[in-house]
Ligand binder design. Structure first.
Ligand SMILES: C[S@@+](CC[C@H](N)C(=O)[O-])C[C@H]1O[C@@H](n2cnc3c(N)ncnc32)[C@H](O)[C@@H]1O
Length: 194
């Protein structure tokens, strides 16, 4: 499905997470046995939902690089990975360096404070409820930009809560893995009201 080099890089990322996990809890212990499906494949399924072109992207609260590092392996667009936890950010920097991902930049910062160019894509997985994610996306996205948010079972409740405060076009794609259940692809994000 992917190029040989990309498959090798995904294998390398898996080994790095396995090696670092006992020290800094990048993913839950139960998930380490199923890293490929639960984190790597779960992240890779966002690939066909990315907009065309090479505009810059950011993954917010990237953790061990899911989905940001996986999507950086699979694309050539610039990726900004925003992670406030210094140890996780150190992992991301090491992984990006070892995998030779020169188009990745790590920002050790709070999402609320980070300064980035206007983005074509924002991703965030397991970070916050949808209204909070929309506030981050509205600040960071270019006018035509797209947000991709994998969500669990609460997706409909989160959409209802978000629509009270935000105008947007939201498409729903069923997840193919056992991580997220629905991937939201959201554009035209505008705060509702005066
Ligand atoms: C539950 S983890 C999810 C990590 C990864 N996205 C995943 O799906 O495996 C949430 C991550 O977001 C980071 N985080 C939470 N709030 C943040 C903020 N305001 N700014 C930057 N990073 C934040 C945490 O340090 C943590 O690594």
């Amino acid at each position: 499905m992917f190029h040989v080099k990309q498959n090798d890089q995904l294998d390398q990322l898996q080994r790095l997470v396995e090696r670092w996990n006992p020290r800094i809890n990048l993913v839950s212990r139960a998930d380490v046995a199923d890293l490929r499906q639960r984190h790597i494949e779960d992240s890779a399924q966002l690939l066909p939902l990315l907009p065309a072109g090479d505009g810059p992207a950011a993954d917010l609260g990237s953790g061990a690089g899911f989905p940001g590092l996986v999507l950086a392996i699979l694309t050539t667009r610039p990726w900004h990975l925003v992670e406030v936890d210094r140890r996780k950010a150190a992992f991301l920097a090491t992984a990006a360096g070892e995998l030779g991902l020169d188009h990745v930049r790590i920002h050790v910062a709070r999402i609320e404070d980070v300064v980035l160019p206007p983005l074509a894509v924002v991703t965030a997985r397991a970070l916050a409820p949808l209204p909070e994610l929309l506030a981050h996306a509205a600040r960071l996205l270019a006018p035509e930009g797209v947000a991709l948010f994998p969500k669990g079972r609460s997706v409909q409740d989160e959409l209802t809560a978000a629509r009270a405060g935000w105008h947007m076009t939201a498409e729903e794609f069923p997840s193919r893995t056992n991580g997220a259940s629905t991937i939201l692809r959201i554009s035209g994000i505008r705060r509702a009201g005066p």
